[in-house]
Design a binder for this molecule. Structure first.
Ligand code: ATP
Length: 466
């Protein structure tokens, strides 16, 4: 029998981290003789939810235990106590725990999880799914603290961990000792670059060479020292051993995850009825010349077609059928957006920003796929027989050549195709602007790696201290 434990919303901007709590729970389970079935699953949910703390992460742990046995009850009791005492309750955390034991039909939970990747889900909706599961004779329980919002992520993490995902990745997360939290992270930058080069393409988003920036270390007071993401758990452990770390570690743990898979952008949005905070993609033709504003941000309108319907923009003054797309400077995609022209055919992925009295509803762009380029022409004077371009001799007087003297009365201006400063293809933000779920370019076409349980995937001592 397996007991699935979903946990979310234990941290706040002031500190702590749900993955660290999961690490501590796994530590407790191992040291009390329980068998953890596989690496915990780190679920990243809709990144456009406004009440997330950072990356909208939730964790699911699978432990070998019968939920209805004394063992199962012991595990649940300890997990509840650990969540309660290790959460930032009162500082913005609203923890939720879901325990799932015997389950006759996981489908409602999987469906809920897939929706939580791109939609806004309610606490009531989560509880309804839990009650529905009980009707299927499943053993399922939930605990909500604070305003109860954590139930959404806790349930969704169980759904994703139980799904046959088409794609997934892994992350090894190393944790700091408590006394180090809040101090600068002592990870040697050169060793991060070296590790990146040695393990590419099996690890990703380690270092942003364009901006000379380490990407594996977060910046807040939380206990995460660094996280290395990739496709092969063994290579992740190699990568970890390549880093020069000048502070003691509390330990590390490997997670399986939907990070780096674009799972939040898999659905086509209904452009005629864009809902605030949803994530997905739209397809259509560029309907306005791109507008660059101060700060390097660029806006353009996309006239959507196909399943998108038409929509959103008319009341905002962008013309009926158009969705206003916003490309922000930090993404590095502004030059691409500025090279667009009316008529270009695109697929654009991103999250819907709520409209306000000052700003219209917009799609914050996370990728641009240029599917077709419009022909761009300039009207020019015709060419002379000698190859030079003719000059106009005045209205209705025809054209003459300054070089050879050739004159022609009834010539007209001609279309001359202008070379486009843009190619067909997929354009992603710079690595530093990637969200946890952004699929890096090199991962397109890659098959998910294997979870190996015969490796040192959990480590609670400091043997990587140097
Ligand atoms: P961290 O990444 O540091 O763990 P976080 O960014 O995950 O933090 P949380 O503190 O967990 O942020 O807050 C996210 C909250 O949003 C949780 O309560 C979670 O249950 C909820 N949530 C997640 N996805 C959705 C969704 N699709 N609709 C509604 N609520 C959601």
């Amino acid at each position: 029998m397996v007991l699935l434990i979903g946990i979310d919303d234990t941290d706040s901007r002031q500190g702590r981290c749900t993955t660290h709590l999961a690490y501590r729970i796994v530590d407790f389970l191992f040291s009390n003789g329980y068998e953890v079935e596989e690496y915990p699953f780190l679920a990243r949910l809709n990144p456009n939810i406004p009440w997330k703390t950072r990356g909208n992460g939730a964790v699911c742990i699978k432990v070998k235990a019968d939920m209805e046995s004394r063992e199962g009850e012991h595990v649940m009791q300890i997990v509840k106590e650990m969540v309660e005492s290790n959460s930032m309750l009162g500082y913005g955390a609203n923890p939720g725990i879901v325990f799932l034991g015997r389950c006759k039909n996981i489908e409602p939970i999987v469906r809920f999880a897939n929706d939580a990747l791109w939609r806004v889900m309610s606490i009531r909706g989560a509880i309804k799914v839990i009650e529905e599961c009980k009707n299927y004779d499943s053993s399922i329980e939930y605990y909500a603290m604070g305003n109860g919002q954590g139930i959404v992520g806790a349930l969704a993490s169980i759904g994703l961990a139980s799904s046959m995902l088409d794609d997934y990745t892994f992350e090894v997360i190393a944790y700091r000792r408590q006394e180090m939290c809040g101090l600068p992270r002592l990870v040697d930058e050169a060793s991060v670059m070296m590790m990146d080069k040695a393990t590419h393409p099996y690890t990703f988003n380690n270092y942003d060479y364009k901006h000379a920036r380490v990407l594996i270390t977060p910046h807040g007071p939380d206990p995460v020292l660094f996280g290395i993401r990739g496709d092969d758990p063994c290579i992740l452990l190699d990568a970890l051993s390549m880093l020069k770390v000048h502070e003691p570690l509390e330990g590390y743990m490997l997670f399986r995850s939907n990070q780096g898979t674009n799972a939040h952008l898999a659905n086509m949005l209904d452009a005629s009825n864009l809902k605030a905070y949803t994530s997905g993609y739209i397809q259509g033709r560029v309907a306005s010349e791109p507008l660059a504003i101060e700060g390097g941000h660029t806006f353009f309108a996309l006239e959507c077609y196909g399943n998108n319907g038409y929509g959103s923009g008319d009341e905002d003054g962008y013309g009926k059928g158009n969705v206003l797309c916003a490309v922000y400077e930090p993404t590095g995609l502004s030059p691409i957006a500025q090279a667009l022209s009316i008529g270009d055919v695109l697929e654009v992925g991103g999250g819907v920003r709520k409209g306000t009295s000052k700003h219209p509803k917009v799609l914050n762009v996370e990728y641009i796929k240029v599917v077709d380029l419009a022909r761009k022409v300039r009207y020019m004077n015709p060419l002379c027989i000698c190859g030079k371009r003719l000059k106009s001799e005045g209205k209705g007087k025809g054209y003459g050549c300054k070089k050879c003297g050739y004159r022609v009365r009834d010539a007209e201006k001609v279309d001359v195709e202008v070379a486009r400063d843009l190619r067909l293809g997929l354009y992603l933000p710079d690595a530093k602007a990637h969200r946890h779920l952004t699929k890096p370019l090199h991962r397109y076409g890659i098959k998910p790696g294997c979870m190996r349980l015969d490796i040192d995937w959990f480590n609670n001592n400091s043997r990587f201290t140097r």
